[in-house]
Design a protein around this ligand. Structure first.
Ligand SMILES: Nc1ncnc2c1ncn2[C@@H]1O[C@H](COP(=O)(O)OP(=O)(O)OP(=O)(O)O)[C@@H](O)[C@H]1O
Ligand SMILES: [Mg+2]
Length: 172
């Protein structure tokens, strides 16, 4: 596979943090190569550097050494504006905390990044509805996140049926 058709490639990535006098080496010569459509789970103990690596791979932080290629583009020398454009068009972030704006409907929340990405309001609405339909929540496009949160809070008050496990994923 050539560098151009990698979805993501981390090449000899290094990252250190300073704590007073001490230097903490978090990543040393980290190598990752992902093909388009490849699904990967990053599993390591707490404090191992997962978030540090994801921030660097997502162009939210810069490594001290090495290079990050996104879709074949070497990102180390790109300026902040080009990296922001790269994040907007080539990278998707799904956060544990949803960061939805409570005063907007589901449709409007999904429209916002489309409009920031350059779509006119009408086209953004069409695209947002397509995305909600794809996620099978199209029928709820006019709901506000706060309503869903209230329903979730109400649902939480019901005890699970015996034999069922109520679980949530860990933070971050
Ligand atoms: N800004 C920072 N300054 C100094 N040390 C930091 C900073 N950010 C992270 N660290 C340290 O770097 C190490 C790796 O942190 P990181 O958050 O990447 O781990 P993680 O694998 O995501 O852990 P968790 O599973 O708890 O989320 C930890 O020891 C952490 O304390
Ligand atoms: Mg983490």
């Amino acid at each position: 596979m050539t560098a151009e058709n990698h979805a993501l490639r981390l090449e000899a990535v290094g990252k250190e943090y300073r704590q007073g006098e001490n230097r903490l080496t978090i990543l040393k010569d980290a190598e990752i190569t992902l093909a388009p459509g490849e699904m990967v789970a990053l599993v390591a103990p707490s404090g191992a550097g997962k978030s540090t690596l994801l921030h660097i791979a997502g162009l939210l932080d810069r490594p001290d050494s090495g290079e990050v290629h996104v879709g074949g583009v070497a990102c180390g020398t790109l300026g902040d504006e080009a990296r922001t454009a790269m994040r907007r068009h080539a990278i998707g972030f799904v956060y544990q905390f949803h960061h939805l704006l409570p005063e907007f409907s589901a449709l409007e929340n999904v429209m916002l990044p489309q409009m920031i990405g350059g779509l006119a309001r009408k086209d953004a609405a069409v695209r947002a509805q397509e995305l909600l339909d794809y996620m099978r929540i199209g029928a709820r496009s006019q709901h506000r996140p706060a309503e869903a949160l209230r329903r979730r809070a109400a649902a939480r008050r019901h005890r699970p049926r015996s034999g069922q496990l109520a679980a949530r994923s860990p933070r971050r």
